[in-house]
Design a protein around this ligand. Structure first.
Ligand code: KE4
Length: 427
């Protein structure tokens, strides 16, 4: 397989764009080597600048739950564009998308639309702080909520649980308002609430973790966090940017039957255009400006193209059997991989929730970030390049999720498994 045009584009891009990319994960640092450049996408496949076609299990890092250039989404966006690309004046579509979100996610009685997952989580924690009058946010090690200053934080050393920045440019004072704890560890959460209880504004969590590979919450964990936050007057914030409309139609909160106080959604709800949202009960949300004092705004928030794409995507998923299909495709893929790995004698630990999942090169079980980081990333890199060479694109990192769409057919799954059968022999 030739990547000549991609290589040329990458070297040219690097002269003007930092690292040749506009988001670090696109640089393939997790697997080594250079990224390919996308030219177009159709259904479950993406075509690169050299004309190579790949079955795509990254899907723009999650949003494309109906596949690339889904006809309903294209039609809706074209129609919206003809009527004007932005107004900065309220439009009916904003209300219609909010209505759809509230219908599927009843905890979101009121909604605010924004442009990215980062903006949604950043605004949700500001609201939590403004609403409670407290400063501390609890975050889970290995969960990612976008590049929010006070959430780019890891556990402090020694006895302190207060966070330290993971990136230069973040004042230690911001990080000090964040306390971190491991995923799936209720005892750690209890200890933190014991120590900081009356200063904790909220706890933010990916209810199914998707940024340290996919890790499922153990039975009772989310329930325990719900009780703890409630008992201490802190808000429980679910970051459903990745889990939203993938783990279940109503997100992880529907699957696990937990009602968070605030939720952040992104990715799927914009169907590939920049759209995200956060929401919760009116009693909390009405603390936002213009009704309340907590300020948050956006020139392009609720943009007509983004809302059109979001509504069309959710309508596509609402079609009978559509959401179920996304899950079935991933189940078929996972079962196939399990058999292939077993036959090859290569230990893998697989996780799945709806249409997001992960195959760790690890004998498992994996319950948290520390355990995830003992995966065999060198083997993953070999797997990644072997699959790419055979026309299948998985995430360029062991620690990202695999996604399926309604556009993946049984034949795409079979082709993927045939490629995997060859690749596993080389691992
Ligand atoms: P954005 O700001 O990238 O739209 O969303 C941030 C975000 C928030 N919460 C969760 C759970 C997320 O997964 C993300 C973004 N995820 C990734 C990769 N897993 C985005 C890809 C990228 O950074 O380019």
């Amino acid at each position: 397989m030739q990547f000549d045009n991609s290589k040329k584009l990458f070297h040219t891009a690097k002269q003007r764009l930092v690292g040749g990319v506009n988001s670090p994960v696109r640089a393939f640092n997790g697997v080594g080597g250079e990224p390919f450049f996308a030219r177009s996408g159709a259904g479950p496949c993406v075509t690169d600048a050299d004309g190579n076609e790949f079955i795509d299990y990254v899907l723009s890092w999650g949003p494309l739950v109906l596949g690339h250039a889904a006809p309903g989404v294209v039609k809706a966006v074209e129609g919206a564009l003809r009527k004007g690309s932005s107004f900065g004046i309220p439009t009916e579509a904003e209300y219609l998308l909010a209505e759809k979100l509230a219908h599927h996610v009843p905890s979101m009685e009121k909604v605010r639309l924004v442009n990215s997952g980062t903006e949604a989580t950043m605004s949700a924690i500001r609201l939590a702080r403004g609403y409670t009058g407290r400063d501390i946010i609890i975050k889970i090690e290995g969960c990612y909520h976008g590049h929010v200053d006070s959430l780019l934080v890891k556990a402090g050393s020694g006895l302190t649980t207060l966070g330290v920045p993971t990136s230069p440019g973040i004042p230690a004072a911001y990080a000090a308002c964040t306390v971190t704890m491991p995923f799936n560890d209720l005892a750690a959460a209890e200890a933190i609430f014991q120590e900081h209880g009356s200063n904790i504004a909220g706890l933010i969590i990916e209810p199914v973790a998707g940024n340290m590979g996919v890790i499922l919450p153990e039975p009772g964990y989310l329930e325990g966090l719900r009780t703890l936050t409630q008992d201490h007057g802190a808000l429980l914030i679910f970051d459903e940017v990745m889990t939203g409309f993938r783990v279940a139609m109503g997100g992880a909160q529907a699957r696990y039957k937990i009602r968070p106080d605030l939720s952040a959604f992104g990715k799927v709800i914009g169907g590939g255009l920049p759209c995200a949202a956060y929401g919760g009960p009116a009693e909390i949300m009405d603390h936002l400006s213009p009704v309340g004092p907590v300020y948050q705004a956006g020139t392009l928030s609720g943009n007509p193209l983004a809302t059109a794409a979001g509504i069309a995507t959710l309508e596509g998923l609402e079609a009978p059997g559509a959401w179920e299909l996304t899950e079935q495709r991933l189940t078929a893929l996972s079962e196939g991989f399990a058999a292939i790995a077993k036959e090859a004698g290569i230990p893998v630990y697989q996780t799945q929730a709806g249409s997001m999942g992960c195959m760790f090169f690890h004998d498992g079980p994996i319950r948290n970030y520390a355990e995830a980081t003992t995966s065999n990333t060198a083997r993953y890199a070999k797997f990644f390049w072997g699959m790419l060479e055979r026309g299948v694109y998985f995430a360029p990192s062991q620690y990202e999720a695999c996604f399926t769409s309604t556009a993946h057919t049984g034949e795409h799954i079979d082709r993927t498994l045939s490629a995997a059968r060859e690749v596993f022999k080389t691992l």
